[in-house]
Design a protein around this ligand. Structure first.
Ligand code: ANZ
Ligand code: ZN
Length: 853
């Protein structure tokens, strides 16, 4: 029949691909194109976020193959993590069997979708043959001074007597359902599972244990860290060279690292109680505003706060309460701060003016930012200003905004809003009138040069990477604690330190695994205990892309020579929720490995595609919100075609049954065109004038599709294919077709659609040619002179781009920034006309009317 039986077609071609190993990287491949999707966390089943991610990488990988490249397109499993442990408790089973079952199911789903992976390179992070290399990495980092063991604050449930991951801390709002405090990698789609320990928290809600609802406390525990902050400068500076990364992601990383240049100023402090003298260092990005400092504020965790608390009960109460109410973190939202604070009986001496100002303990001063202390300059800083108003502190203005060189101090009127801009110092008739009227930037430089109490300083928001987890389902940290020798690293020959059998307990199962825990010291042979912390799962995903190069290598995590040849990853695709942690960690680990001599490359990813979210009635599709559309409902091919044609990869899009139907219909149409042509076969042999035109349009489509594939504009590839199909239908209706021209048109369609809808591609190819595979085909050849077609196409694109830019300008005025609407306007010039007329007649168009028009 002419009906396209998608289930049968899928099964057949999948069988053939596997039989012929078409997705495997050929032996002896030289510098293959490395296309990688962030590997999935083994949560149980694929959701639309995964499907979209892997449809994008598969389409690109298949496109590169068609272009003649050797392509490395592997897949693996991010298999450690808390959800597996939780599932084990719920089902009275163990994390390993749960994880293995998930992997089986998910692999089957990936195969059903026809994704072309080189399964001979499959890796699973919970295999000892994989995680031994995490331990190796830990040891090499340790040798290089990149590992620290130091105190850190953790969430502690006093009832369960156990450490809680942030994901195990729930926010209890009065009268509301419990909700997980932060994402825990259970439903974030792809990659790099992780534990979501990003340190965000909320002041307004109680943080309670997920199991027993007891309020969570903060405790200080010794923990293992990777000192990623050693690389802070390199990691920011390197962003400038990542030209093929979305600017949005680079900006997020810049903010996350949060490098700030400024100065450290020393204030001498005297406490009334015992007349003792100490000093407090503050960090400021605007040291020249020191002339307007009207107080000093220190964080509740500051040493001086403890000292002052011991002499003053009110201060003690405040400090205690502030310390337990929120985790200590520099990653808290800084716009949403508290003005809570308490005055102490200490005073601080302004190093420039000699003025004595009060010292406060304030919640808005973060312990791990700068020095944990600030000079309060309410005239020029927002937070200081709000704090000053809440505590009735004086507000002084010492910088006048630029634009008026003649401003005198008396002219600068006080307004509620602080002046945060640079400007001119206003210090007339003060002890520092030498700076009066000078630009703030200049004064800043002078102060740093001239004064002993002011030194240049840089701070970062980035913290060291806390890799300790007090949980079972992760990589054991390869350390033993010996009473005599202290921490001793497990010798390389004894790696991997394998996980013991899983036991259900209240705390960390590794603590309960006595037999496993008791060991002997590798140095002195005396009794010792194993470290029971396991590694953050982000360690597993921080180097997995290297393992894919030589997944079976037994004596090293990866082959240096191969890595130097094959890296960087040419295209890396994943969800935009990984903009920081995962994508920062792989950059850090790559650099550290380079410094250790294991790699030449310092950046792992050449081109990053950050995919948008799949929405379903406006909500993110995820397993936790229960609105997952499982791929088989519509057939694999329809799903792939739809997710690729719905929007630019970076854009969010809405899953709607109607659009899915459109993707299905396109397959039917193309299939029946091919069958009708093959079955009827009424064609011409002699060439007519309009055949030339069709030939040229076919060529134009080939060139256009190549450009769109390179830009990941798969939806435009689909449009190009649809347009060509429409033209061929017209051609056929107009006259008897020229057999070879028409066949070339259909074969071109088969080839161009095959990276997106590979089963359909094979089916069309097979119908039209009777043999061979489109996956093994070459990129379609142009009939006419390539240079001519190319330049014609470039001209056409230029025109579209110019129009697009014009339209964008107009829409900008009308404040429309939705790319879909821009496309709409460009696609239909009359709308462009309307938009133009609207802006020229009203000067400024009304956004809604343009959109409606
Ligand atoms: C005085 C000053 C005056 C500042 C001025 C800024 C502007 P932003 O503001 O985000 O650029 N700061 C320093 N350490 C802090 C801590 N531990 N907790 C909270 N705030 C802290 O960040 C830089 C400013 O953050 C620093 O510069 C300091 O306030 C504040 F007109 O010092 B500034
Ligand atoms: Zn020992």
């Amino acid at each position: 029949t002419n009906q396209y039986d998608h289930a049968q077609v899928q099964e057949f071609w999948q069988y053939v691909w596997e039989r012929d190993g078409v997705a495997e990287l050929p032996d002896g491949a030289v510098d293959p194109t490395y296309v990688l999707g962030m590997f999935p966390y083994t949560s149980g089943t694929l959701h639309m976020g995964h499907v979209r991610n892997y449809a994008i990488t598969d389409a690109y990988a298949r496109y590169r193959r068609l272009r003649g490249d050797d392509v490395l397109h592997p897949m693996g499993w991010d298999a450690f993590g808390l959800p597996a442990e939780n599932a084990a408790y719920e089902r009275a089973s163990d994390p390993e069997s749960w994880t293995r079952a998930c992997i089986r199911r998910m692999r089957e789903e990936l195969e059903t979708l026809g994704f072309g992976y080189d399964w001979s390179r499959e890796i699973t992070t919970c295999d000892p043959s994989y995680y031994r290399w995490n331990q190796w990495l830990f040891k090499r980092f340790h040798e290089a001074g990149l590992v620290e063991f130091t105190g850190a604050t953790v969430n502690w449930c006093p009832d369960c007597e156990t450490v809680l991951a942030d994901a195990q801390v729930v926010l209890e709002e009065p009268g509301s359902e419990r909700d997980s405090a932060v994402g825990d990698g259970t439903d974030d789609g792809t990659a790099a599972g992780g534990d979501g320990d990003d340190g965000t928290h909320d002041h307004t809600t109680a943080r309670v244990c997920w199991r027993c609802a007891t309020p969570v406390e903060q405790r200080e525990l010794d923990q293992w860290f990777f000192t990623i902050t050693d690389y802070a400068d390199e990691l920011v500076d390197g962003l400038d060279d990542l030209e093929q990364w979305p600017e949005g992601v680079r900006e997020i990383q810049r903010n996350w690292i949060g490098r700030q240049e400024g100065a450290r100023l020393t204030f001498d402090v005297s406490t009334a109680a015992d007349e003792s003298e100490t000093a407090v260092d503050v960090f400021s990005t605007r040291p020249e505003t020191v002339f307007g400092a009207t107080f000093v504020a220190i964080s509740p965790e500051h040493d001086l706060a403890s000292e002052l608390a011991s002499a003053d009960e009110d201060v003690a109460t405040f400090v205690d309460q502030a310390r337990t109410s929120a985790p200590d973190t520099g990653h808290a939202a800084r716009d949403d701060f508290s003005t809570a604070g308490i005055e102490t009986d200490a005073t601080a001496e302004n190093p420039l003016t000699g003025e004595e100002v009060p010292v406060y303990v304030a919640e808005y001063v973060l312990a791990d930012v700068g020095t944990g202390a600030v000079m309060g300059v309410p005239g020029h800083n927002e937070r200081d200003s709000e704090f000053a108003q809440a505590h009735d502190l004086p507000i002084e203005t010492v910088v006048a905004p630029d634009g008026d060189g003649t401003t005198k101090s008396s002219d600068v009127a006080f307004t509620d809003a602080p002046i945060t801009a640079e400007g001119t110092l206003v210090l007339e008739s003060t002890s520092h009138s030498e700076y009066d009227g000078q630009p703030s930037e200049d004064v800043r430089d002078h102060l740093v040069d001239d004064h002993e109490a002011i030194d240049p300083d840089v701070t970062y928001r980035l913290r060291d990477w806390l890799i300790s987890r007090q949980r079972y389902w992760g990589t054991p940290i390869p350390v033993v604690h010996c009473e005599d020798c202290g921490h001793v690293l497990v010798p390389d020959e004894e790696l991997p330190v394998e996980l013991p059998e899983f036991v259900q307990t209240t705390g960390n199962p590794l603590d309960a695994a006595e037999e496993w825990k008791q060991t002997s010291c590798p140095d002195c042979g005396g009794p010792a205990e194993r470290e029971t912390d396991t590694m953050d799962t982000f360690v597993d995903s921080s180097w997995y892309f290297l393992r894919f190069l030589s997944p079976d290598l037994a004596d090293a995590p990866f082959d240096t020579e191969l890595a130097n040849e094959w890296l960087p990853i040419d295209v890396y695709v994943g969800g935009d929720e990984h903009a920081i942690l995962h994508l920062l960690y792989i950059r850090f680990v790559t650099r550290a490995l380079a410094d250790l001599g294991f790699l030449d490359r310092r950046e792992p990813v050449e081109r990053l595609v950050s995919q948008g979210t799949v929405l379903y009635e406006g909500e993110k599709m995820s397993s936790s919100s229960g609105n997952v559309v499982t791929p088989d409902e519509y057939g694999a091919e329809t799903t792939r075609l739809f997710v690729l044609s719905a929007a630019h990869p970076e854009q969010d899009f809405e899953w709607t049954a109607n659009d899915v139907r459109g993707a299905y219909d396109l397959q039917q149409t193309l299939y029946s065109m091919a069958t009708a042509f093959v079955d009827e076969g009424e064609t011409r042999v002699e060439r007519a004038g309009h055949d030339e035109f069709i030939d040229r349009e076919i060529d134009r489509t080939i060139v256009a599709a190549r450009t769109e594939f390179e830009r990941f504009r798969f939806h435009r590839v689909v449009t190009e294919v649809q347009e060509l199909a429409g033209l061929l239908r017209q051609y056929r209706g107009y006259d008897r077709i020229h057999g070879e021209v028409y066949r070339r048109g259909l074969l071109t369609i088969a080839a161009l659609i095959s990276p997106l809808a590979p089963h359909l591609g094979e089916e069309l190819w097979n119908k039209l040619r009777g043999d061979g595979l489109v996956v093994e085909a070459d990129w379609p050849v142009l009939e006419s002179d390539p240079a001519t077609i190319e330049s014609e196409y470039q001209r056409e694109r230029q025109l579209v781009e110019t129009t697009r830019a014009d339209v964008r300008d107009i829409l900008d005025v009308a404040s429309i920034d939705d790319p879909a609407q821009i496309d709409l306007v460009v696609a239909e010039p009359w709308k462009y006309e309307v938009a133009t007329r609207l802006t020229t007649s009203t000067g400024e168009a009304d956004g809604d009317s343009v959109a409606e028009a």
